[in-house]
Design a protein around this ligand. Structure first.
Ligand SMILES: Cc1cc2nc3c(=O)[nH]c(=O)nc-3n(C[C@H](O)[C@H](O)[C@H](O)COP(=O)(O)O)c2cc1C
Length: 189
């Protein structure tokens, strides 16, 4: 698969087959993530790969975050709320959750931004590599609401959870959500 078609056909998937993924394949995704650019090549990321019964425990922790989503759900229609609630209840059956973390940078706003940007680059590499392996992914920002609980569960000290990304074999096809067209301003070009 060439890079451009991987970019165009990757989707965030919310329904997975309950098939495990071998370590070798998961390691390939981490290798791809590690090749991402990062500020001053600091490579601030770390990946906790969680599967099996530990994955179920982590999902229960992630589930608590939906209690914090009342405001968001209030803006959504009934069908979307039902869909989101069903997805979050068991993260679509995805067999693997990867928690992405950076060193805790306290209240240094610059470091916070560049660390998060670097992790975003790594995550995109990871997602494209998964797609090339016939796997699917979905980034979960809901982990934000329970990040201290996740860090405690994964016994990470001095690190900050950026987000989680789920990985698995897709259960079906997912259509591409529409893209906005008003995203560029040409200046002198
Ligand atoms: C930073 C980030 C956070 C996201 N958080 C969630 C989430 O909590 N739940 C979810 O279902 N999808 C989440 N997504 C997936 C987006 O909804 C998805 O990327 C978007 O709808 C476009 O669809 P596509 O990825 O299939 O192109 C997140 C994506 C990103 C990049």
């Amino acid at each position: 698969m060439d890079v451009r078609s991987a970019i165009d056909t990757r989707r965030s998937v919310r329904e997975y087959l309950q098939e495990s993924i071998d370590h070798e394949t998961l390691q390939k995704l981490i290798d791809a993530a590690s090749m991402a650019p990062s500020h001053m090549n600091i490579q601030p990321w770390h990946f906790h790969i969680v599967a099996g019964p530990k994955r179920d425990e982590l999902v229960r922790i992630l589930n608590r975050s939906t209690l914090m989503l009342a405001d968001l759900f209030a803006e959504m229609d009934e069908v979307s709320v039902e869909k989101a609630t069903r997805f979050f209840s068991d993260i679509g059956g995805a067999p693997v959750v990867i928690a992405v973390s950076t060193p805790d940078c306290g209240d240094d706003p610059y470091r916070r931004v560049v660390d998060a940007l670097s992790c975003g680059c790594a995550l995109q590499n990871l997602q494209l590599a998964a797609h090339a392996e016939g796997l699917a992914t979905c980034v979960l920002s809901i982990s934000f609401w329970v990040k201290e609980d996740i860090a405690k569960f994964l016994e990470m000290e001095g690190r900050d959870i950026v987000c989680c990304v789920i990985v698995g074999k897709p259960a079906g096809k997912t259509d591409a959500p529409a893209r906005r067209a008003d995203i560029v301003t040409w200046v002198g070009a």
